[in-house]
Design a protein around this ligand. Structure first.
Ligand SMILES: *Cc1c(COP(=O)(O)O)cnc(C)c1O
Length: 405
């Protein structure tokens, strides 16, 4: 390590200034194997013209953390590469990415076509756009290109899909739906959080924008919040970047560094989560206390055939199942698990469960639940990387408890 002896650091300063201007080590003669963490939110310059130029031209050189940062750029490059896009914009959370994209693509009076059941935060933001900005939204069946075609109007700007829906784990027919949108000049935006770029790369199927809650599988260890949007074209990337800089939804460098660290093991984690989920789905299906199992890897799942063509290398780590005992059984199961945790998130190395009717979808009436295809005894499982035999033992004791509830 050498020290970069700038005029501002040096022994001629008094201690009170030296604490503020310590020598900055730089690495010479070797390369760090992993992207360094540049936590600095601002970069210094030697002349005003270069400083002014850096402020005016986003991207290069780095100047201020809300615009960009080398560690955040490293995460964006990694995600753009994994998703097969041309560029990416990281965000402080999945919702930061989703709102920046919708805010920059939509103006008042525009129309959005969405799949029936969206992530709650996305739905809540759309509801606000409807109420305050005069945006209109038409929900459609994500398996049916004809219903998307019928829903598109002259003012439709965005088709919004989720690769794998929550909590029914239905897989959207991205190639056919994106083709319908493209024909009509509509931007297809896909939330790929549940699938990860290892199981699905929506841009390869015709999507224009892919968003992630990086908080989930990309981070993978329940210790960081983040989001990212990946783009198939540079114009949309630039528009969203401008919006994101204005909104201030920028990713923190340390969060980017943690996400890069998480992403390195994404492949082994997701492979194990898929294998565990498939095995648990089959075990649950054979248990008489379970009325139905929803997993795209089961032949009887309504979107199994779509999943076979849209997903590669596995059917994901998310599954849900209906307890024959209904609401009280569902609640009892979620409270009885010991190895798994009752926690409303997903994508962690640990197995997490929630009971939809009393937690994630608690505001829905019995009627709304049934229309969304969610039974009152539905348990959602984000399958972790534990040994599957231990998970099954835990689920069995929780099923025993739920049976008596
Ligand atoms: C969690 C989640 C989000 C929101 O992400 P945050 O990081 O919590 O802002 C969006 N979409 C899906 C599918 C999610 O699971």
């Amino acid at each position: 390590m050498t020290s970069n002896d700038t005029p501002r650091s040096g022994t001629n300063l008094r201690p009170g200034s030296r604490t503020v201007h310590p020598p900055v080590p730089s690495v010479e003669g070797s390369d760090p194997l992993d992207p360094p963490l540049y936590q600095s939110h601002v970069f210094g310059f030697s002349d005003t013209a270069t400083t002014a130029n850096a402020l005016a031209t986003p991207g290069a050189p780095y100047i201020y953390g809300r615009y960009d940062n080398p560690t955040v750029s490293a995460f964006e490059m990694a995600m753009s590469d994994l998703e097969g896009g041309v560029a990416a914009r990281a965000a402080s959370s999945g919702m930061g990415a989703i709102t920046a994209v919708l805010w920059s693509l939509l103006r008042s009076g525009d129309h959005v076509v969405t799949q029936n059941c969206l992530y709650g935060g996305t739905q809540s933001y759309l509801d606000d756009l409807v109420e305050r900005w005069g945006v209109t939204v038409t929900p459609v069946d994500a398996g049916d290109p004809d219903s998307v075609r019928a829903a598109i109007r002259p003012n439709t700007r965005v088709l919004l899909l989720e690769t794998i829906a929550n909590p029914t784990v239905e897989v959207a027919d991205i190639p056919r739906l994106a083709a319908v949108a493209r024909e009509a000049g509509v931007t297809t935006m896909v939330d790929n959080t549940f699938a990860t770029p290892l199981l699905c790369r929506p841009i390869e199927h015709g999507a224009d924008v892919v968003v992630h809650s990086a908080t989930k599988y990309l981070g993978g260890h329940a210790d960081v919040l983040g989001g990212v949007a990946v783009f198939a074209d540079t114009d949309t990337h630039e528009r969203v970047t401008r919006a994101s800089v204005d909104l201030g939804a920028t990713l923190d460098p340390f969060a980017a560094w943690l996400l890069l660290r998480g992403t390195r093991t994404l492949g082994v984690r997701v492979a194990r989560q898929c294998a565990n989920a498939q095995e648990l789905a089959e075990l649950l299906r054979a248990d008489p206390r379970v009325a139905a199992v929803h997993y795209p890897g089961l032949a009887e799942h309504p979107t199994h055939e779509t999943a076979r063509s849209v997903l590669t290398d596995g059917y994901g780590g998310m599954l849900s199942f209906e307890l024959a005992g209904g609401r009280s059984a569902g609640q009892a199961f979620a409270e009885a698990v010991r190895l798994a945790s009752l926690a409303p998130s997903l994508g962690d190395v640990k197995t997490l469960v929630t009971h939809a009717a009393s937690v994630s979808h608690r505001t829905l009436s019995a009627d709304q639940l049934s229309r969304a295809g969610i039974g009152e005894g539905l348990i959602r499982v984000s399958v972790g990387i534990e040994e599957v035999a231990d998970l099954w033992a835990d689920f069995q004791q929780a099923l025993d408890t739920a049976e008596g509830a």
